[in-house]
Write a protein that binds this ligand. Structure first.
Ligand SMILES: [Zn+2]
Length: 150
């Protein structure tokens, strides 16, 4: 980041804050050479987030992976509604992840965020994702898991 006035690279951050639910970072910077102040807005992305899977294996966060997981659970929805719903769920989950401000997260935690959003937005898809996410086969097990989200 260079100073927009004198192009010096001697720039320091004097203040920063998260905006729009944590999906953007606002930074106030000062140039050490010309002493002028300027503001930058950066979109935060999750490309450096590490996801720890149930088997302990770590991998880079992948939006498309999260998307396809929710998408396959929403199989009963009509195509247009399906895309809108999945977009919304993924956006909400990413906002929550950003607010946690962590370098690592478990796949379980992400799944729980998705489930909490789905519970409000689409109970049918909630059930589909619950069985997919928790790897559930028995009905009795589903009932037990649902109780956790009531
Ligand atoms: Zn400058």
């Amino acid at each position: 980041m260079n100073c927009p006035y004198c192009e010096s690279s001697q720039v320091m951050v004097v203040n920063s804050r998260k905006t729009s639910m944590g999906s953007q970072v606002w930074r106030r910077r000062r140039c050490n050479k010309c002493k002028l102040l300027f503001t930058t807005h950066e979109n935060v992305n999750l490309t450096h987030l590490v996801v720890i899977k149930k088997d302990g294996i770590k991998e880079r966060y992948s939006r498309s992976k999260l998307y396809s997981g929710v998408y396959s659970a929403a199989v009963s929805s009509r195509p247009r509604e399906r895309r809108e719903l999945v977009d919304k769920i993924v956006r909400e989950a990413e906002k929550r992840i950003l607010l946690l401000n962590r370098k690592e997260i478990t796949s379980e935690e992400i799944g729980d965020m998705v489930l909490h959003s789905l519970k409000k937005l689409s109970p049918g898809v909630f059930l589909g994702y619950l069985t997919y996410h928790k790897n559930i086969e028995k009905t009795s097990q589903i009932k037990k898991e649902i109780k956790k989200y009531l």
